[in-house]
Design a protein around this ligand. Structure first.
Ligand SMILES: [Zn+2]
Length: 95
């Protein structure tokens, strides 16, 4: 990725991230093993991540920002991941 595309007036904006990214990844690590048919290929993992992220209203924050109120519960994350896994299993983007 071209870093200058993520700069404005010399300030790097690549560290302004969607706050749900790391929580979603952590939850994916827990939920994916519950699906015996999941193949763990890069395309499927990326598809699950993208599909699940697209179901959450984004909240962009500077990295390291502590969020005081939890807008999504762990169960919300689990629900969107399960939905995304089922979608990918039924209609994989590889082959
Ligand atoms: Zn796959």
């Amino acid at each position: 990725m071209k870093l200058e595309k993520y700069e404005s007036f010399g300030v790097n904006l690549a560290n302004v991230r969607n706050a749900w990214e790391t929580r979603l990844i952590k939850c994916m690590n827990e939920v994916l093993p519950e699906f015996a048919d999941f193949d763990y290929c890069a395309i499927c993992i990326q598809d699950v991540y993208a599909l699940a992220m697209n179901h959450l209203t984004p909240k962009y924050v500077q990295q390291g920002t502590v969020l005081l109120k939890k807008e999504y519960t762990d169960n919300d994350f689990r629900d969107v991941i399960e939905m995304a896994v089922e979608k990918v299993l039924n209609n994989p983007n590889h082959q």
